[in-house]
Design a protein around this ligand. Structure first.
Ligand code: BJW
Length: 257
């Protein structure tokens, strides 16, 4: 533990201790220790033949909706089967001492299940579905029928997405694919929270996907200290005021203690 604590700049510990308004931008890395693969990590099973970057696009949805639909259902099942980790839990506990605003690029619900209220789900949610044409939310039974609660199928057969009860168009996951706009209210709330904070933590993101990656730059421009928590260097590392080169499940409990 001492060795890990020594990996953290004492200034970071002091900033965290005194901060009253903390803004967090989280990415796939914060859920990695729960067993959720990061976005750019190799996948296994059926999906080994496809990269997430190929499947999370409007083009993939147009060309192969059954495959994309089934991929999201499998991911929802996988997330249902894992637990929040020490990093999520530390952020949830911190809310007793500071105003912690969490903006996440993740579509999982592990922050919420650890007890945090998430300010902004910048890229949507694995557990919301809507009509691709009219936006009508899917009825619970339509997706429930696909048994999000069942275990991950090792050999899933791609199945077609359900149809909207209103207009017969396809039901899609309510997530943000490349080229699509982020939910404006969520992005605006995240931007405001960054601007109003006295400390920003950028946790477990490669920082290459825009516009989410630009959020901490707003804070830097205002002179707010920004700390990156990531075991690996990223495109953002050069801009961060401080970097903590530890997994978030180790770093966050130490920083928020
Ligand atoms: C650990 C750890 C541990 C491991 N502890 N850490 C050129 C310049 C600028 C922008 C663009 C451009 N060309 C195109 C664009 C726009 C595009 C974009 O940014 N592309 C870039 C790739 C270049 N952006 C968009 O299209 C966005 N929309 C947009 O711009 O709208 C405007 C517009 C409208 C109309 C026309 C044109 C423009 C939308 C972006 C949507 C991103 N969607 C996805 C999928 C969401 C649903 C899903 O999950 O399936 O979001 S893509 C994917 O990447 C997902 C993630 O949220 C996102 C970010 O990934 P993240 O979280 O950073 O994960 P990884 O895997 O990359 O990194 C994990 C990190 O964790 C690593 O650093 C590890 O080291 C670390 N780690 N273990 C801590 N234990």
């Amino acid at each position: 533990l001492n060795a890990q604590l020594e990996a953290i700049d004492p200034v970071v510990l002091e900033l965290a201790r005194s901060a009253k308004n903390v803004s967090v931008l989280s990415g796939a890395g914060i859920s990695a220790e729960s067993g959720v693969p990061t976005f750019r990590a190799p996948e296994t099973g059926l999906w080994a033949r496809y990269s997430p970057q190929e499947l999370a696009t409007p083009e993939a949805w147009e060309e192969n909706p059954d495959l994309v639909w089934s991929w999201y259902i499998q991911r929802a099942r996988m997330v249902r089967g894992v637990q929040p980790n020490a990093g999520h839990a530390a952020l949830a506990r911190w809310a007793a001492y500071a105003n912690v605003s969490i903006s996440t690029q993740n579509i999982d619900d592990l922050h919420e299940r650890a007890g945090s209220k998430v300010l902004a789900h910048l890229h949507g949610s694995l557990f919301e579905f809507c009509c691709e044409a009219c936006g009508r939310p899917a009825d619970r039974w339509q997706v429930g029928d696909l048994r999000l609660d069942s275990p991950v199928d090792d050999d899933p057969q791609p199945a077609p997405p359900p149809e909207c009860l209103e207009c017969d168009s396809r039901i899609r996951p309510r997530v943000v694919w490349f080229g699509e706009s982020l939910p404006m209210d969520a992005f605006a709330a995240a931007e405001q929270a960054m601007a109003d904070s006295d400390l920003v933590l950028v946790v477990g993101t490669s920082g290459i996907v825009q516009p989410a990656a630009s959020l901490p730059l707003t804070a830097l421009g205002l002179g707010i200290p920004v700390v990156e928590i990531n075991p690996e260097p990223t495109d953002f590392s050069a801009y961060a005021d401080y970097t903590v080169r530890l997994p978030s499940g180790t770093a966050l409990p130490l920083i928020t203690a």
